[in-house]
Ligand binder design. Sequence first.
Ligand code: PHE
Length: 472
Amino acid sequence: MIADREQFSSKVGFILTAAGSAVGIGNLVGFPVQAAKSGGALFLLIYVVFVVLICVPIMIAEISLGRSSKLNPVGAYRTLSGNSKLWNLGGALAVITPFMIAVFYQVITVWILGYLIIVISGDLDQLATPRYFATFINDGAIFIYMGLIIVILAAVLGKGVQAGIERFSKVLMPTLLVMLLGMIIFVLTLDNAFLGVSFYLVPDFSKISPTVISNALAHAFFSLSLGMGILITYGSYLNRKESIPRGSGMVALADSLVAFFAGLLILPAVFAFDPEIKGDELASSSITLIFTLLPKIFLALQEHIGYLGASFFAGVFFLSVLFAALTSQISILQVPLSAMQDELHWSRLKSLVILGIVGGLFALACTASFGMVKQLTDLVTYTGQAKSLFDVIADIFYETILPLNGFIICLFVVLKWKRESMNRELQIGDDSYLGSWLHRYIDIALGSFLPVILFLIFVNTVCIKFFGFSLI
Ligand code: PHE
């Protein structure tokens, strides 16, 4: 099994595939929304500090766990812990988490495809009508879009890691970058766009708060695909010739740059559309901004470039988000897939079919939790709000659990696998690692403040999300 495991074809292949996982809806939409809410460049600053000081070490640890064991997360925790029951729980969490994230991410990816198809069919004006989104998410056509996405994902995943996932990411990622830069250049030529640039780039320090800080960390974890078992899994396909620290640095840089660029696209577009828009108004927006506000902004572009031009721009935007979402979605599905193949010894095809059926059923239930099925729509109530199945999954697996998974990784490396084993793995492919300042920093950080910070943020998020109060 170990000997014939597939590998990424090259360093660039690995970096683009891991960046494909990291760059997703979180970067293109989540980041600008968070930045708008949380003091523009202030959020950016806190975010970058977290990426460098907290996320990169965890990323390096995850990739080395994967490469050393050459297994999925369940197998990695099992073999490297000598099959300890306690540590196997970490492996289980590292597979359940991506499965559940894939479920809610699937719903959003399906909406994006739906919007793209509607724009291509010439109906951008419909998307821009008030309350269109509410109708759209309960329309039967959703199930057709869902079927299409499942076919695309299965086609890529079915081909395997190198011929499927890597090839797909190698085409989509550079294309995405070109489209993004093209859109930014265009938007910056619009009147008032620079109001958006200064709103984005001038930090508003009055916005700093414990919630902003914990949001920035949770978002950085999500954005870099940490705590989801993805990097353990991708690490297991990484060649021993490559340097894990350098690869991780490149992935983190690519991910942060795309997030930064997305802010430079969306905020100026919002201000060009409405220069009077208040920071507070933006602050109340959420990820659904792309389905509600953005279509209006795109339609307004017809003043400058006509209806066809505006539709073209909207099409390029939704296509970029779709590309970003698909490369993330395949990375996250590869986690349960490789767990089924390694642990249960199922063929890739059998694993794919079973994952498709189980995941598809969950995704259908989530899709129906926006009003189609009452019991799923009003599933539970906490902090005084009725929550749907989609909300509950997002609250637990998007907002809360990732720092906990990061905390478990720190403990695992320090207490069980041991930092010396990790360092030995890191030295392979990178002769200069041992003795470097990065080595010293990671050794200290993993065994001291990183787990403490991650645990505190986890506990505080549980308090905020599920009990309605903040500890700090
Ligand atoms: N990094 C992704 C994003 O920013 C997060 C993610 C990865 C979500 C993989 C789902 C699957 O959107």
